[in-house]
Design a protein around this ligand. Structure first.
Ligand code: ADP
Ligand code: ASP
Ligand code: MG
Length: 440
């Protein structure tokens, strides 16, 4: 069986939802993972922020605006009044729930319930559409099988057994529809896999059911060799290896949630990226093998914070780095890049939730310097096969860019450099011009 995931734009209107129905109904049984309709998650987060900030009146206005959008979609999507009526009951219930959070205490727990409504609504609307058109469809509630543990890591064993039980107990159907992004935590509360998490849901389901292929359907024809939001002349890549795709996704390529590749790679399940607006295009195929050698693509991850700990006295001492890393471990804060010198260690983090506490604890080891608003630029390819001169090509291309850190040799697939966020776009463009498009 295949798992197909459709992102927000792919189901962003009644017309697009019908297009998705056409794509999936080829007679082959499949699992279909849907995001929220485009704009909905942002709107729900905005509503949450307003309630949390004590602006329930403003939140109420935003709820009304969103409700109107769903009223229109309900009108446009269905052919029969009977289906519209059924859908209206669900939409009304959802918006009553959202209004029930107004003028009350509001914490992370409530926010997660609010943002989950986007995927709950889109899948319900789509399931009604499928049923109205006579397709045998089952809606599998992701909250009944998608699980994260106390460290917010996904619990693959639990997902596998819960999903298999759920599918065994569901009526036989051709099309299984489920929500991306949402899950439950060990407390049994509604939680999520972070922004863009529906891609990750799809590969987790793929791994759980030993799928033949995981397809990520979006609004572009595949993985490009640079970020098309910032750079002109990007090109689609036909084939990437799991390792190359994982590095690019982890270091900021928005087309894939950073963790999407891991479950697929463990079980060697091909991941294909496809364009909902151009379904005949072959897209990008991600497997164990890659086509060609050399530099394949670049990506950027912004919002990075660099931390330097300077300690002439202790750096050479045995166990010094361990003590530094333990501080980050205590605050569950992953480190992305690291470089050392005789007197200092520099590292970068993405999650700054505990930065103040980390800063305080690091002061015990020496002087601490913190630089915010940095970007990691990640250059990916088969660096070993690129032979000698790879690093010099990269640094030649980066001439004139203020590089704050370099990481080379951590894997054979990636060189990363840290630059100020204000130089992100120009760095991506210069790499495009001088490294990626030289033979174009
Ligand atoms: P979806 O809503 O379908 O999940 P996303 O907006 O999350 O879609 O991801 C698709 C977008 O990712 C594209 O429209 C494009 O702007 C952006 N993007 C960033 N980097 C890349 C890349 N290297 N290749 C293709 N798209 C990219
Ligand atoms: N709806 C969620 C988001 O906007 C998850 C996703 O689209 O993948 O982040
Ligand atoms: Mg996405």
């Amino acid at each position: 069986m295949k798992v197909l995931k459709f992102g927000g734009t792919s189901i962003g209107s009644a017309i697009n939802m019908r297009q998705v129905m056409q794509i999936i109904t080829d007679g082959e049984s499949k699992v279909v993972v849907l995001s929220a309709m485009s704009g909905t998650t942002n709107a729900l987060l905005d509503i949450s922020e307003k309630i949390r900030g004590g602006h329930s009146g403003k939140a109420s206005e935003s709820i009304a605006v969103l409700e109107e959008k769903y009223d229109h979609v309900t009108e446009d999507l269905f052919a029969r009044d009977e289906t519209r009526k059924k859908c209206r009951v669900i939409v009304d219930k959802t918006f009553d729930l959202l209004r029930s959070f107004l003028y009350k205490g509001f914490s992370d727990r409530e926010e997660k319930i609010v943002v989950a409504q986007g995927e709950l609504l889109s899948t319900q609307l789509f399931a009604f559409l499928m049923e109205e058109n006579g397709f045998s469809t089952v809606l599998l509630p992701a909250l009944d099988f998608m699980r994260i543990d106390g460290d917010r890591a996904t619990d693959v064993a639990a997902i596998r057994s819960l999903l298999s039980e759920l599918m065994d107990n569901s009526p036989a159907a051709d099309y299984y529809i489920t929500q991306g992004f949402i899950c439950r935590n060990p407390e049994g509360e509604i939680d999520n896999l972070d922004r863009g998490g529906s891609d990750y849901t799809a590969s987790l389901i793929g791994a759980a059911i030993d799928a033949e292929e995981v397809q990520i359907w979006t609004d572009i024809d595949g993985f490009h060799n640079n970020d098309p939001r910032f750079v002109s002349n990007t090109r689609k890549i036909d084939q990437l290896s799991f390792n190359e795709a994982a590095e690019l996704a982890y270091f900021g390529a928005k087309i894939l949630h950073p963790q999407t590749i891991f479950p697929a790679r463990v079980q060697n399940i091909p991941v294909r990226l496809k364009n909902t607006m151009n379904p005949d295009d072959s897209g990008t195929l991600i497997t164990t093998s890659s086509d060609g050698s050399g530099i394949k693509a670049v990506a950027a991850k912004d919002g990075i914070t660099a931390i330097k700990v300077r300690s002439g006295r202790m750096l050479m001492a045995y166990g010094f780095l361990k003590k530094i890393f333990e501080v980050f471990e205590r605050y569950k804060t992953p480190i992305d890049m690291i470089s050392t010198s005789e007197v200092a260690v520099s590292l970068t983090i993405d999650n700054t939730k505990y930065l103040e506490m980390i800063h305080q604890e690091l002061l015990a080891f020496g002087e601490v310097e913190v630089d915010r608003n940095m970007s990691i630029i990640c250059i990916v390819g088969d660096i070993i096969r690129e032979e000698r001169g790879f690093a010099s090509k990269v640094f030649h291309a980066l001439d004139g860019i203020p590089i704050r850190m370099i990481s080379y040799g951590g894997s054979r697939y990636n060189i990363s450099v840290l630059v100020p966020e204000s130089h992100q776009k120009s760095t991506l463009q210069t790499l495009s011009d001088k490294l990626l498009n030289v033979h174009a």
